[in-house]
Each structure stands twice: as structure tokens, then as C-alpha cells.
Design a binder for this molecule. Sequence first.
Ligand code: SME
Length: 169
Amino acid sequence: MEISAAGVNNDYVMTAAQIGSLCADETDLTANLANVSALLYELLPEVSWVGFYRMTPDGTLLLGPFQGRIACTRLERGKGVCQAAAISGRPVAVEDVRSFPGHIACDSASRSEIVFPLILTDGSVWGVLDIDSASEGRFSGRDAELLEPVAAAVNAVVVRYFLKGYDEL
Ligand code: SME
């Protein structure tokens, strides 16, 4: 199944619910984020890469579970779209990555990108959800609004992991 009409908020609300169900019975964060990246890669139209980067103590973003082509493992502090979202704590949508100063081109075919910060209950940024497309203009500020329920569902999976102290399992 693929979401047919991009921008239909109901579809994204359903996708958010699917993320919740998919992760409900599993406590391991890596396993859950691996499945979330697979779900979004399958459902979202015109998407070439979906994945996670997690914030490290020195401010670099480190590659996590993803679907798509081989990606950069570490994103230098302060550089690129993912870091912009992590530092601002706000989603960043880029219609044409070639016009974004410092954009990091892991895949030269990438043209449009949207990144959501994933924020813990203490306000710290755990990492980001990065979604890329080979189509210019695929993501705009409007998609940041439409995909908000999806980003919130992903954020809830991360928050739940840390709240419940699953490390002991
Ligand atoms: N383009 C991103 C880097 C990550 S890849 O797209 C998978 C950026 O500029 O931060």
C-alpha cells in the first residue's frame, strides 16, 4: 500500500496510528526505528531515503536505522539540513537541496528533504527523522504541518523508550 494523494492529512493520521501499533509490543528502540523507517519508506510517495540520526555528546549526528541508499555515517556539528533541525528544534523542509547552504549530499540524486527533530521530555534533542526525495519540490513547509502527526508518533516511540528505562530488559 502507498499513500495515494500526497498531502491528505487523514492518511498521515492513519500512518501515525500504524507507527504506534507497530511499536507497541516491542521495547527495543533500534528494532522499532528500523521498522518505522521501513514503514515510511513503503508508504510515503516519491521518497528515496528515510532514516534516523542520533545526537552524540560532541554534537555530531550519527547514522541510525534507515531505508534507502548507503548514507553518511556522521554529520558534522552545525552543517546541513539534519543539524539545522536538531539545533533549532524545529522541522526543516527544503524544496531544493541545491539552494540550502551546507546541505550534505549523501546521495547526489537527492533533491528535496524534510527533517523532524526528535525531542525528549527534558527538551533535549535525541536525534532526527530525515526523509529525502529525488523529486525537487517534494517537501515544503506544508509537508512539515501535514506530517506532524507522523513525526509526533515517532517522537512518542523514542520518548517511551527513555521513560520506561528499557535498558534493563
Ligand atoms: N542531507 C542531509 C544528510 C543526511 S542524508 O540526506 C541521508 C543533511 O544535509 O543533513
